[in-house]
Design a protein around this ligand. Structure first.
Ligand SMILES: Cc1cc2nc3c(=O)[nH]c(=O)nc-3n(C[C@H](O)[C@H](O)[C@H](O)COP(=O)(O)O)c2cc1C
Ligand SMILES: C=C(O[C@@H]1CC(C(=O)O)=C[C@@H](OP(=O)(O)O)[C@H]1O)C(=O)O
Length: 365
């Protein structure tokens, strides 16, 4: 089923962008955990639409209502379900999209796959809106991981051709990673912010959109988590990261760059720091043989520019079976990456908790 993901920790998402509500069922959460709801709300707000000129103007409260699996302020251990109601829908923006297929959006493949019965309003179940429940589940997973000494954070690695610094060029601490949640544009080199805002403003003014990359770090993860082959840490992470709409690339550690290195450069040599085993470099991104080596897990994610632009485009009219022109109307993000960052952190947390629960290294609290 395409709506269910996970092994020990399973998530099942549902809903459409312009339907009554969206939501998630989380199965496999350990019992007895108090959830910090204020922190959950803060994580939801990081992703929520309608907050600035950098985001879609659609306004949603993104307030999760827990309907099962939480009792007397603790997880019960049975499925935890939350729904998030949709309110600011404007479905008339999509009346043309019923027949004019937006290039780069899921309209045409979705029409074929679901024989024209898919809810096309607001991109329906394909919408980036369905990442809100993932952030809810991820916020809970992050809280459980913090108790295990694991912190997850991501920054804006690039916007178009503007490049931020990399985690491999600086000392990454839990506070650095946690601090990103306070910023709309979480950059390591904050001096880049005005440039980044300006390039987004320019693209938006032209009715166009921009892409970029995010870099994610999982800090404090012990060695020995994961598996070889199909359930390797890279495979598990890739599965959930590529489930996030608009993700088109992913590289672990030095990624494609490792192919240009010599073995003597690519190998991360080991050393003892007291009793702790570390590596001098981290070109393998903290994963070797599909299993964590105790170094931070590092990966970069490429996110495409949102497809819905107001520049005239060539497309097809699927009802008339003719070529056609399209100017997309409605409210859209000029760039997805800043809003995708909390989503990437969330799905990473879900995947890491799933792997950890499947290992002997999960410490019962
Ligand atoms: C948080 C978030 C917000 C998004 N906002 C938009 C948007 O405003 N307009 C748009 O065309 N696509 C947006 N997308 C991307 C589309 O949902 C996505 O491109 C589409 O479903 C097709 O899937 P694909 O790009 O993964 O192939 C957003 C994605 C995310 C994660
Ligand atoms: C509502 C959200 O973002 C939406 C994601 C989205 C898309 O195609 O992915 C298209 C737009 O939908 P609408 O036309 O209904 O405004 C965005 O606003 C959200 O992320 O919560």
């Amino acid at each position: 089923m395409s709506d269910v993901w996970g092994n020990k920790l399973k998530v099942s998402i549902f809903g459409e962008s312009h339907g009554a509500a969206i939501g998630i069922v989380i199965d496999g959460l350990p019992p007895g955990h108090e959830i910090d709801m204020e922190n959950v709300a803060k994580e939801m707000k990081r992703r929520a639409p309608g907050q600035s000129a950098l985001t879609t103007p659609r306004k949603e409260k993104d307030q999760p209502e827990i309907v099962s699996g939480y009792f007397n302020d603790r997880t019960t251990g049975s499925s935890l379900t939350a729904i998030i109601r949709n309110s600011d829908t404007r479905s008339k923006d999509y009346s043309l999209m019923k027949k004019l297929m937006r290039p780069g959006q899921a309209d045409y493949p979705g029409y074929v796959r679901y024989e024209g019965f898919n809810d096309y309003r607001g991109s329906g179940h394909f919408s980036g809106r369905i990442t809100a429940p993932l952030v809810f589940a991820g916020a809970i997973a992050k809280q459980l991981l913090e108790k295990q000494g694991i912190t997850i954070g991501a920054h804006l690695k690039s916007v178009a051709n503007i490049q931020d610094e990399s985690f491999s060029d600086c000392e990454v601490t839990p506070d650095l990673l946690r601090g990103f949640s306070e910023k709309e544009l979480p950059l390591l080199n904050e001096a880049l912010e005005p440039q980044v805002r300006e390039i987004i403003r320019e693209a938006k003014a032209k009715g166009d959109s921009l892409g970029g990359t995010a870099e994610v770090c999982v800090l404090g993860i012990p060695a020995g988590i994961g598996n070889p082959f199909f359930d390797s840490v890279e495979s598990v992470l890739s599965h959930i990261i590529f489930s996030v709409p608009a993700v088109k690339g992913l590289e672990f550690g030095a990624g494609f760059g490792i192919s240009e290195m010599l073995g003597s450069e690519a190998n991360d040599s080991y050393y003892y720091e007291g009793d702790t085993i570390k590596t001098r470099t981290n070109h393998n991104g903290g994963i070797v043989g599909g299993i964590t080596d105790g170094m931070p897990i590092l990966f970069k994610v490429a996110i495409k520019p949102p497809a819905s632009i107001s520049i005239k485009q060539q497309t097809i009219d699927i009802e008339e079976k003719t070529n056609a022109e399209l100017v997309v109307e409605g409210r859209h993000d000029p760039i997805i990456v800043p809003r995708a960052i909390p989503v990437l952190e969330a799905v990473t947390a879900i995947a890491i908790l799933d792997l950890l629960l499947d290992s002997k290294l999960y410490k019962n609290q």
